[in-house]
Design a protein around this ligand. Structure first.
Ligand SMILES: Cc1cc2nc3c(=O)[nH]c(=O)nc-3n(C[C@H](O)[C@H](O)[C@H](O)COP(=O)(O)O)c2cc1C
Length: 205
């Protein structure tokens, strides 16, 4: 869809900037951690990506979220937590299932956990608002990573609520592990996705 005839906004934004922004948004695609290889962003670049996360909308400036970054030295602990999480759910899990669970900790050069900070309760800011703020932070981070030439993916799973996993990540009461954000390089080039049509999800009153 082109919008060539649309009038520029009040600030007279250039067509290049509009195309750049729209391209970034429309070309971002989920790339599973298995398909993300080295290199990931350097530590300095990761901090820059997190600055983009920090620009998320945030009602009452609560910053109701944080990220846990898993450095190389933490992956063995994470692997053990994934295996323990599986055993919490299924005490009869087979050795190969436990090994599969462990292996998930080593995928993706850069691995972050997106955490919602739902406590303390705020009478003016509902949990839904806090989760939206986190979602915006994650999207900012992913789009910024894409602008720097990296691919990203989000993953969740039952391990996120396990005691073993929460403990390894140092999650406090009132903190919710929402999803992993994986960042790396991909050789996969995927056709642009067909997205839902705006008229299917907007109604005018
Ligand atoms: C909070 C969250 C968790 C997700 N967890 C998974 C997951 O566990 N496994 C997976 O394959 N994709 C996961 N996804 C990615 C979605 O499958 C993906 O965004 C969706 O298919 C749309 O594709 P796109 O991101 O390429 O537009 C998750 C997305 C979100 C927002």
């Amino acid at each position: 869809m082109t919008h060539a005839k649309d009038a520029p906004g009040a600030t007279g934004v250039s067509q290049d900037l509009i195309e750049l922004a729209e391209n970034l948004i429309q070309t971002r695609q989920h790339i599973g951690p298995k398909h993300l290889t080295e290199p990931g962003p350097s530590r300095d670049l990761l901090l820059r990506l997190l600055e983009a996360a920090a620009a998320a909308p945030d009602h009452a400036q609560l910053r109701p979220w944080r990220f846990v970054a898993f450095g190389e030295q933490s992956r063995d602990k994470l692997a053990a937590a994934f295996a323990d999480a599986l055993l919490e759910r299924d005490a009869t899990a087979l050795p190969e299932q436990l090994e599969d669970a462990r292996q998930k900790a080593y995928r993706s050069p850069t691995l972050l956990l997106a955490v919602a900070r739902l406590a303390p309760h705020n009478p003016d800011v509902a949990d839904a608002e806090k989760l939206i703020s986190l979602g915006c932070a994650v999207q900012n981070l992913m789009l910024s990573a894409l602008a720097h030439g990296f691919a990203t993916g989000l993953t969740s799973g039952k391990a996120l609520t396990s005691q073993a996993f929460r403990q390894v990540c140092g999650l406090a009461e009132g903190e919710l592990a929402v999803c992993f954000v994986s960042i790396g390089t991909t050789r996969k080039s995927r056709p642009r996705k067909i997205r839902p049509a705006p008229l299917d999800f907007v109604s005018w009153l």
